[in-house]
Design a protein around this ligand. Structure first.
Ligand SMILES: Nc1nc2c(c(=O)[nH]1)N[C@H]1C(S)=C(S)[C@@H](COP(=O)(O)O)O[C@H]1N2
Ligand SMILES: [Mo]
Length: 330
C-alpha cells in the first residue's frame, strides 16, 4: 500500500454527533451534520491537490481542481449514515444526516482513464494516515464493486449543502456513494485504482467486514449497502408529553427505498403502520403517526422500517437494531 499524505493537521480519532432529536429538518443543516475520522484530518491544499488514477486503466490520469471543474456538475440529495464503530460493529449509534452533495460524476472521471474490463473493484485512497485500533495505516483505503462506479449518482464531491467541503468533511474532494455506509465515501480523496481483487487495507479486511453466517457457514460481508433503518425525532428523547393528540415523526432510509414504517407506543407489543413519504433521489423518507396517549406514565415508543425487498430491522445486536425511545406521559 502506498504512502500518499503529507503531514496531518490533526492526528487521532475525531467525532461530532448531534442528538437524533435535533434532526428535525429534511435537509440537515451543516451544524447538525455529524463528522467522523479515524486517524485525524490531513488538511489538504486545493491549489496543489491532485487526483491520480492508475491500476487497471487504459491510461494513467492526474487531475487538478481546475480539471475536475471542467466535468458536468451534478447534485444529489442522499442520506449519509455512519456504520458506527468498526470495533463494535453490532452496536447501533444512529449517526445519520440527509444532505445535498455537489460534484462531478465518478463515472465521467473514470471514463477519462478508461476502466479495463478485468476490473472488479474500485479502490479509493484518502490522504490521511496514522494509527487506528492499534494498527498503523499508510493511508485510508476503501473499495467498491466496480458496477457501483457506473451509477450516475456516485460523485466526486466538492460541496455539501451548497458550501465548500470543510476539512472535517473531506476537503477539497471526497467520494460520495449514496446508499452505501459513510465509511465507503473516502474523504481527502487523492487516488483511484480499478483492480481485480478487494483492497487489502485495515479498513476493508479487518475493519468494516461483518462476520456473518451464510448457509450455516461463517463468512464475512463488507460493510457496503445500508440496511433499513428508522428513527423517531419527535417527540424528543425523555420528553414529558400531555395526553392530547400528537404526532410521532421521524426518518427512514436504506440502500433500497423504504416501503413501510411501523410505530409502536407500547414497547413493541403492537405495531401500527405510519404515513410514509416516497423517496426522492437517495434521501431519507419522512414518516408520521397520529397518537393520543390513553394513559399516564412511562411509555416506550419504537419504530421499524421494511424496504421494498421485504428486509426489515433486527430487534437487537445489529447496527440497525429497532429504535426505542422512553417518554413520559403526564
Ligand atoms: N479518508 C477518510 N475518509 C473517510 C473516513 C476517514 O477516516 N478517512 N471516515 C469515513 C467514515 S467512517 C464515515 S461515516 C464518513 C463520514 O463522513 P463525514 O465526516 O463527512 O460525515 O467518512 C468516511 N470517509
Ligand atoms: Mo463511519
Amino acid at each position: 500500500m502506498m504512502e500518499l499524505g503529507g503531514a496531518m493537521k490533526t492526528a487521532g480519532f475525531g467525532l461530532k454527533q448531534p442528538a437524533v432529536d435535533a434532526l428535525t429538518e429534511f435537509r440537515t443543516p451543516l451544524d447538525k451534520v455529524f463528522f467522523v475520522y479515524h486517524m485525524g484530518v490531513p488538511g489538504l491544499d486545493a491549489a496543489t491537490w491532485r487526483l491520480s488514477i492508475g491500476g487497471l486503466v487504459e491510461r494513467a490520469v492526474s487531475l487538478s481542481m481546475a480539471d475536475l471543474a471542467a466535468f458536468e456538475p451534478v447534485e444529489v440529495t442522499a442520506f449519509h449514515e455512519c456504520a458506527g464503530s468498526p470495533l463494535r460493529p453490532t452496536e447501533p449509534v444512529r449517526r445519520v444526516a440527509n444532505v445535498t452533495w455537489r460534484g462531478v460524476r465518478l463515472a465521467d472521471v473514470l471514463r477519462r482513464a478508461g476502466v479495463r474490463p478485468d476490473a472488479r473493484y474500485l479502490w479509493s485512497y484518502g490522504a490521511d494516515h496514522g494509527v487506528f485500533g492499534g494498527v498503523e495505516s499508510p493511508c485510508y483505503l476503501k473499495d467498491l464493486p466496480i458496477a457501483e462506479t457506473e451509477r450516475p449518482d456516485v460523485l466526486l464531491a466538492t460541496h455539501i449543502n451548497g458550501e465548500k467541503l470543510s476539512d472535517e468533511h473531506g476537503a477539497p474532494v471526497r467520494l460520495v456513494v449514496p446508499g452505501y455506509y459513510g465509511t465507503n465515501s473516502t474523504k481527502w480523496l487523492v487516488r483511484l485504482e480499478p483492480r481485480e481483487i478487494r483492497a487489502p487495507g485495515h479498513f476493508t479486511t479487518a475493519l468494516y467486514n461483518d462476520r456473518i453466517m451464510l448457509d450455516g457457514r461463517a463468512t464475512t460481508r463488507p460493510v457496503w449497502r445500508v440496511a433499513p433503518h428508522a428513527v423517531i425525532v419527535a417527540p424528543a428523547a425523555s420528553a414529558r408529553l400531555s395526553r392530547r393528540a400528537q404526532q410521532i415523526s421521524g426518518w427512514a432510509w436504506g440502500a433500497r427505498e423504504i416501503a413501510q414504517v411501523e410505530v409502536s407506543t407500547d414497547g413493541g407489543a403492537r405495531w401500527r403502520t405510519a404515513l410514509l413519504s416516497p423517496r426522492q433521489q437517495h434521501a431519507w423518507q419522512g414518516f408520521s403517526y397520529d397518537w393520543t396517549p390513553d394513559a399516564s406514565g412511562a411509555v416506550e415508543l419504537c419504530c421499524r422500517a421494511t424496504d421494498r425487498s421485504g428486509e426489515g430491522q433486527p430487534e437487537h445486536g445489529a447496527r440497525n437494531a429497532v429504535f426505542r425511545l422512553a417518554v413520559d406521559v403526564e
